[in-house]
Design a protein. Sequence first.
Length: 110
Amino acid sequence: MNDVERLLDYLEHDETVKQYKAFERLIFDNPTYKAKYTALTVKQQAYVRARETNAKDAEEKRRAYEAYRATITTDPIVHQFLMLQADVNAMIQTIAGVIESALNAPFTRQ
């Protein structure tokens, strides 16, 4: 088994990833949850665009995003899904960092 296969095997059997996939199905198979999540991502994207372009309404968009997120995370399913999503995203960033370091290693050795 090569490194990529080991990584994929690890991810396939990781409890956090399994839980995330289960909650993802719950969210996207339920029209109400899906609509809430879609609205959240639209608000987040609007805020990020406004922030990155230094738009005057960036702070207003941030407040709208945070208020909406606070409202929908009172639902335990949505809350757990977003927490698991953050955990999986952090795991992906860590893996990407390890891969980037491994790829850059030949160029940084003295």
